[in-house]
Design a protein around this ligand. Structure first.
Ligand SMILES: Cc1cc2nc3c(=O)[nH]c(=O)nc-3n(C[C@H](O)[C@H](O)[C@H](O)COP(=O)(O)OP(=O)(O)OC[C@H]3O[C@@H](n4cnc5c(N)ncnc54)[C@H](O)[C@@H]3O)c2cc1C
Length: 621
């Protein structure tokens, strides 16, 4: 329904106070400036709004629909185009297809060990326990998992896992998984709106009444009125730009939206640097940082420095290339720093000792991609280096329900923190999306009452939305001389240089100073006119990324120890006193940081931890 908004009602609540520095859409949204920012906007009412159409959003929506509700799913790309499709290597579940000794407590123990015991044990256990059922369900829904000769779902090794636990579809696991979920969602006739960018949640800081955004194809404003919003909008490692395995869309929208709405963020200092990103100097800018799947190492890929040494023998003689991602990434960074890297600043990853037919069968995407770049990976090595890949930090939730502490706001998937602790076990993020997605969908469906179907829109809610629309209009009209894209690139360099693999106090403080300078430059943005332009999208992205960049730098500075993916050269040891989560909240006066102790795992997981399972790498030799 398109409506002409009524005269401005003022700003009745506090949630839109713009207390977090750098949020561009609130800047210049001055109601008294006399300019005509008013435009038609659509009002859409729905019992549940799911923001994000990756695996997490899709799985929540399926559960809601199966409970008889009709949620609305929105995503800022075409249907089926989410980062989930990029996941190549696989999804973890202790099925024991090849290693019958495997079970959920060992899966949980591996996850806690890899997360350096900063994970939320309940989140880990829920994921590990529910995954075998979620895999069987995906199988029933038609996901074409690789099979063993006797028809079981096949499982491969992945880094730092005690057993073969990673289910896969060649190296297209995420793509096939999202196709399967979308088929299911379409069979349930779940409505989906493509190319919608949410820019703000309607919140007074204690409860959420909907969300505001725009249609990226028409530029029209959109006001979604609902009592239940599920944030499934992904992580923030694309803030590292060219030093990232991610595309433009993983900018931290979920975390920025949640923080502004009054929710807490958790452990944002932990960014996983995947050891094997493509080295752009060699393969070209568009490939810079793009992932070479861990499955290459899972299938026996070996790492060599420029001198031809298999250097992991020095860093991890037992687990070698399949040690944890942080260990392998730091080893590569160290080799390059000490002059044993390639001329392009990487090292070599080689799988050519394996049979070409096997490589074609197990790694078809990698074979094709490199073939297109003139490299035959069945005969020669790839050139790789670490790349920002996954943000373990995110929205702080209760994993049984998805609740954020702000009434009506739930979160799930890569948007949240807790399952992965200080470092993510490969194959666990796809697992989290469906294991926790189902639980959250289940809980939200119980919260929806009959009257929620068509919630009314109050004057106060309209006023909040209109303030956002004016701010967006102002942003679109920015006629300075700084391209938003250029600032995003500068922000990526800043994060890589000051909050990269190796961090210290001086560098982090300097990073914060440079962030303030970068933020000052946003006063002079140039946006090419309308709200369908790429420059407008980048300007909105920038507003989100600036928030998460500040949170990231502040928390990385606060954590004076090294743990998992967070490595401080000035505090190289893990400090047991720091086995605490860092919580971030925001209000008008800025960000506040607090510590919270970590709970202990349950008895079966403690037993698995004590047993001390570990991958015997030499299985693979
Ligand atoms: C190259 C690569 C390889 C990977 N390999 C693996 C692997 O082998 N195994 C594994 O477990 N994990 C892997 N991962 C991680 C895994 O893919 C993700 O963690 C997981 O898919 C996240 O799913 P999600 O649904 O939470 O988010 P996403 O799939 O990122 O979906 C986010 C959704 O939110 C939407 N959105 C974002 N912002 C907004 C906004 N402001 N308004 C509206 N919509 C918005 C997006 O359009 C999208 O629809 C890999 C990731 C990458 C990039």
């Amino acid at each position: 329904m398109t409506e002409i908004p009524p005269a401005d009602q003022g700003v009745p609540t506090t949630g839109d106070a713009g207390g977090v520095d750098g949020r561009l859409p609130t800047q210049g949204g001055d109601e008294a400036d006399g300019r005509d920012h008013e435009a038609a906007y659509d009002v859409i009412t729905t019992p549940v709004l799911v923001i994000g159409a990756g695996a997490a959003g899709a799985r929540v929506a399926i559960e809601l629909a199966e409970s008889g509700l009709e949620p609305l799913v929105v995503g800022k790309r075409d249907y089926g185009d989410a980062h989930t499709t990029w996941a190549a290597g696989g999804i973890n579940a202790a099925l024991g297809s090849l290693d019958p000794e495997d079970n959920w407590p060992i899966h949980a123990a591996d996850t806690l060990n890899e997360g350096h015991h900063l994970n939320d044990p309940e989140a880990v256990e829920l994921t590990a326990k529910h995954m075998p059922d979620r895999i069987r369900e995906l199988d029933e829904w038609g996901m074409s998992f690789a099979r063993t000769d006797d028809g079981k779902i096949n499982q491969r090794y992945f880094g730092a896992q005690s057993y073969r636990r990673t289910c896969f579809v060649g190296d297209r696991t995420g793509e096939v998984m999202l196709e399967t979920l979308i088929d299911r969602a379409q069979a349930l006739e779940i409505p989906y709106r493509e190319n919608v960018m949410i820019t703000r949640l309607l919140s007074d800081g204690t409860r959420v009444d909907g969300a505001v955004g725009f249609d990226m194809e028409t530029g029209d404003g959109l006001l979604f009125r609902t009592d239940h919003v599920v944030l499934a909008a992904g992580g923030f490692s694309a803030a590292y730009r060219r030093h990232s395995s991610r595309d433009d869309e993983n900018n931290g929208d979920a975390q920025a939206l949640a923080l502004e709405a009054g929710a807490r963020l958790l452990d944002t200092e932990f960014v996983q640097f995947h050891p094997t990103g493509m080295v752009g100097e060699r393969y070209g800018d568009e490939w810079d940082g793009r992932l070479v799947t861990e499955a290459v190492r899972g299938e026996g890929g070996r790492l060599y420095n420029a001198a031809g040494e298999r250097f992991m023998e020095r860093y991890s003689p037992d687990q070698m290339e399949l040690d944890a991602r942080d260990v392998v990434a730091r080893a590569i960074a160290e080799e390059v720093r000490e002059g044993r890297g390639t001329e392009h600043g990487g090292v070599y990853l080689d799988i050519s000792h394996r049979d070409p037919e096997y490589i074609h069968e197990r790694l078809p995407t990698m074979v094709d991609r490199f073939e297109g770049l003139g490299v035959d990976i069945t005969a020669e090595p790839m050139e790789i280096g670490p790349t920002a890949h996954y943000t373990m930090g995110g929205v702080d939730i209760d994993f049984r329900t998805g609740e954020t502490g702000v009434e009506g706001l739930y979160a799930v998937g890569e948007a949240v923190a807790g399952v992965h602790g200080a470092n993510r076990l490969g194959g666990n993020s796809l697992a989290e999306t469906v294991a926790i997605g189902k639980l959250v969908g289940d809980h939200v469906s119980e919260q929806v009452t009959a009257g929620d179907d068509a919630p009314t829109v109050t004057d106060g809610q309209r006023a909040l939305a209109e303030r956002e629309f004016r701010a967006l209009a102002d942003l679109a009209a920015s006629d300075g001389n700084v391209a938003p894209r250029a600032l995003l690139e500068d922000l990526g360099e800043l994060l890589w240089n000051h909050a990269g693999i190796l961090r210290d106090e001086e560098g982090l403080r300097e990073g914060l100073e440079r962030l303030a300078e970068l933020r000052a430059r946003t006063a002079n943005l140039r946006v090419d006119g309308d709200r369908t332009s790429r420059s407008f999208e980048y300007a909105v992205d920038l507003s989100m990324s600036l928030i998460v960049a500040e949170v990231l730098l502040r928390t990385a500075l606060e954590r004076t120890e090294s743990r998992g993916a967070h490595y401080r050269t000035d505090y190289p040891e893990t400090d047991p006193a720091w086995r605490q989560n860092l919580i971030v909240t925001a209000d008008e006066s800025g960000l506040s940081l607090q510590r919270r102790g970590v709970a202990e795992p349950s008895e079966p997981v403690r037993a698995a931890l004590e047993e001390g399972y570990e991958l015997d790498y030499h299985h693979l030799e």
